[in-house]
Design a protein around this ligand. Structure first.
Ligand code: UDP
Length: 254
């Protein structure tokens, strides 16, 4: 098994995109319970600012770098990522594509549950994906606007368990979704894959467009998002703090 790449305390997996997809499908086939988190540099910086977050983020079995900032940090620290960025949005999308052709040993289909986004977004994402992948078995949908503990969370968990889901997309934004998965995964024993995938359902539903390919290629997706959603500026201020902090860390070890 490939190793880990430690970026300022977060234990990323040293995997390419294809290897990450293989880990997910393999985990499904063997019933190995696996959480996937895809932190970007905002999240790594959030861990540095609040070290209690490390335990949550590092609890996932598969952790891939989502964002050019983390990939750059890998280079700065002399531990480059073999496959560059491995974005959660793309992993979730590819997993759905694979599920269109995958069957359980008993011939049935793996059940997928979409949790997150504003009311109606999960259903819209499901319907869009079904147009292209009609064999995927969606067993449930729910919006992400519930209290993240107490009776409202209990009701969500009951619904997930009753659905018989094997794969649970949890799209509540970071680090809410990571905290929610870490706190509640043991209460959903039938779920094999827990995927913390931020705003992916908005993307699958076609509500939020991804940056044009050229922006992604140039490592400027963050800039595209900032132009579209200027309120992100506060969160994005973590980016330069992370970048310069990583250079400082390289030279001083602190
Ligand atoms: N969201 C949610 N419940 C909440 C807060 C947010 O379901 O309590 C959803 C929101 O509708 C959006 C996603 O979480 O679909 C967050 O998207 P964003 O792109 O901000 O997430 P990131 O991947 O940057 O963390």
């Amino acid at each position: 098994m490939a190793g880990r790449i430690n970026i300022r305390g977060v234990n990323f997996d040293s995997v390419t995109f294809d290897e990450a997809v293989g880990r997910l499908t393999g985990a499904l086939e063997t019933g190995t319970r696996t959480a996937l988190f895809t932190p970007n540099s905002e999240i790594v910086q959030a861990c540095l600012d609040d070290p209690s977050l490390y335990e949550v983020i590092n609890s996932a079995e598969l952790i891939t770098p989502d964002g050019i900032g983390v990939v750059k940090a890998g280079r700065i620290l002399g531990t480059p990522f073999p496959g560059g960025r491995v974005a959660g949005f793309d992993l979730g999308r590819e997993l759905i594509r694979r599920l269109d052709n995958m069957k359980k040993p008993d011939g049935g289909r793996y059940g997928v549950y979409f949790l997150g986004g504003k009311p109606g977004v999960a259903e819209a994402a499901r319907d869009k994906l079904l147009e292209e992948h009609p064999n995927v078995l969606f067993v449930g949908c729910g919006d992400g606007y519930f209290k993240k503990e107490g009776p409202e969370t209990d009701a969500v968990i009951e619904k997930v368990n009753a659905s018989g889901a094997d794969v649970l997309f949890v799209c509540l934004g970071a680090p809410t979704q990571e905290k929610w998965i870490a706190a509640n995964r043991d209460r959903m024993p039938g779920v094999t894959l827990f995927l913390g995938l931020g705003g992916s359902l908005d993307g699958y539903a076609g509500i939020v467009k991804r940056a044009p390919k050229i922006f992604i290629k140039l490592g400027l997706e963050w800039f595209y998002r900032l132009c579209k959603e200027p309120w992100r500026i506060k969160r994005m201020m973590k980016l330069p703090v992370f970048y310069f902090g990583t250079w400082k860390y390289r030279f001083t070890g602190k």
